[in-house]
Structures are given as structure tokens and as C-alpha cells.
Ligand binder design. Structure first.
Ligand code: HEC
Length: 218
């Protein structure tokens, strides 16, 4: 009260000192707490943590062990790696295969048509970080730590199941379990921007472009 009330003398000087020192102290602490740090956290992190048993995307629950990419299922409704190998066109009773077809063909059907659609999604959303050639060297890649995944590296999508990728793409860096932190991955949670179908298609494209096949249980 003496300091607050003081009209003259040492207390008045003290009041001015408080007015200056306290804001500087509080401001300094807040600044320190909020300023972005560029040092790497000391703790190690697991790049591929164990996924959850199921994940809920756009209101639907997907069991990671049993879900399938709907665009890798053949016209008979079976998960079919061969179907993914060629451009299969239904012709009357039989199936016509075009082995060297590519998704940029105007008349590409089925699987390759979905690969093309996935490619469009990739080049609209993902190449900024994951790179034109899917090698993780996109325009913005080196602003981040950890850097974006390199899909051509056998240590990423090649050794993972497609549903793991589905979970990672949908939930992004913030959806990682505790083992994934305190390293903050900037991978966006794509469920906020893409539909479930778009997510499956962009995954299809990533495997097609790199020439890898997702791991399966068998
Ligand atoms: C802002 C940059 C950025 C964008 C845009 C981005 N990613 Fe990522 N992505 C990352 C980072 C960073 C990681 C994490 C790398 C790590 O955890 O070591 C990652 C990880 C991934 C992984 C996990 C790979 C693995 O081995 O676990 C997949 C799959 C993936 N991204 C797919 C996509 C897809 C599909 C898109 C577009 C729809 C996309 N990303 C867009 C930055 C980005």
C-alpha cells in the first residue's frame, strides 16, 4: 500500500521500478515459453508405432486387420494383386488384359483409372512435401523435422499394410500415439480435407508409382 500510495520518496521510485521490471519479467517468461525451438528433442521416437486396432474416419469404424482398399478388389469382389497388375477390361464373358497399359491412357479402366484419380489427388495435395517422384524431397520438405516420408525407400510404405497407411494418412502427425512424440510430424490429418474414397485412391497411386505392393497378412 505504501508503494502504491506514495506521492514522493523512495517508495515512489520503487513503484516505477515495479511498473517496468514486472512486465519485462512476465513478458520474458511468456516469450521464452512460446518462441519456437529449432533444436531436436532429446528423446528418440518410433517412426512406425503399433497402429490402433481400429480407426474411425468420417464416422465409420475401420478394423485395421480386416479392412481392404476397395480399389484393389477385382470385379468378383476379391482382394486381387493380379488385378492391380494390368488394365483389365470386361468384354462380354471374358476379361481382356492390357499388360502395358498405363493410367494416363484415355481409355484406362478399373484399377488404372483409380490410380490416375489418386495421382490427381497426390499432385494437388501431397507433392509439396513428399515430392514429385514420391522420394520425400518436395518443395517444402526440408523446412520440417522429421522430414516427410520417402515412399521409394523400402522402409516406408513397402513394408507396411495398406490399412496402416490409411490410418496414418487419415489421422496425420497429431494422430500418432505417444511413441511418435515429442517429435512433431507435420503430416496433416487428411480426413479433414479428403473423403475416404480419395484417401484409398491416393494410397493406390503411391503404391503404383513406386512399384511396391502393400504387405498383406498372408
Ligand atoms: C506438410 C507436409 C506434408 C504433406 C502436404 C503431406 N505429408 Fe505425408 N508426411 C509428412 C511428414 C512430415 C511425415 C512423417 C514422417 C515421419 O513420421 O518420419 C509424413 C508421413 C506420411 C506417411 C507415413 C509413412 C510411414 O512410413 O509411416 C504417409 C503414408 C503419408 N505421409 C502420406 C501422405 C499423403 C497421401 C499426402 C497427401 C494427401 C501427404 N502425406 C501429404 C508431411 C506431409
Amino acid at each position: 500500500m505504501n508503494v502504491l500510495d506514495a506521492k514522493t520518496g523512495a517508495n515512489r521510485i520503487l513503484r516505477y521500478a515495479y511498473l517496468i521490471v514486472l512486465p519485462i519479467l512476465i513478458g520474458g517468461f511468456s516469450y521464452n515459453a512460446m518462441v519456437p525451438k529449432s533444436e531436436e528433442p532429446i528423446e528418440l521416437r518410433t517412426v512406425h508405432p503399433a497402429p490402433p486396432a481400429s480407426t474411425k474416419v468420417h464416422g465409420k469404424t475401420y478394423t485395421l486387420q480386416t479392412s481392404q482398399n476397395p480399389y484393389r478388389v477385382n470385379p468378383e469382389g476379391k482382394y486381387d494383386q493380379d488385378y492391380s497388375n494390368a488394365n483389365i477390361v470386361e468384354q462380354g464373358m471374358g476379361r481382356l488384359m492390357k499388360p502395358n497399359a498405363n493410367p494416363w491412357d484415355k481409355d484406362a479402366q478399373g484399377y488404372l483409372k483409380y490410380v490416375r484419380e489418386g495421382g490427381e489427388i497426390f499432385y494437388q495435395n501431397c507433392h509439396f512435401c513428399h515430392g514429385d517422384n514420391l522420394n520425400g524431397r518436395g518443395l517444402h520438405a526440408f523446412a520440417f523435422n522429421p522430414i516427410p516420408a520417402n515412399f521409394t525407400d523400402p522402409g516406408t510404405i513397402a513394408q507396411l499394410q495398406e490399412t496402416f497407411i490409411f490410418w496414418r494418412v487419415s489421422k496425420g502427425g497429431i494422430g500418432l500415439p505417444n511413441e511418435g512424440f515429442p517429435w512433431a510430424s507435420v503430416m496433416p490429418p487428411w480426413e479433414q480435407h479428403l473423403t475416404v474414397d480419395e484417401i484409398w485412391k491416393v494410397i493406390l497411386f503411391e503404391y503404383w508409382h513406386t512399384g511396391y505392393y502393400p504387405r498383406t497378412w498372408d
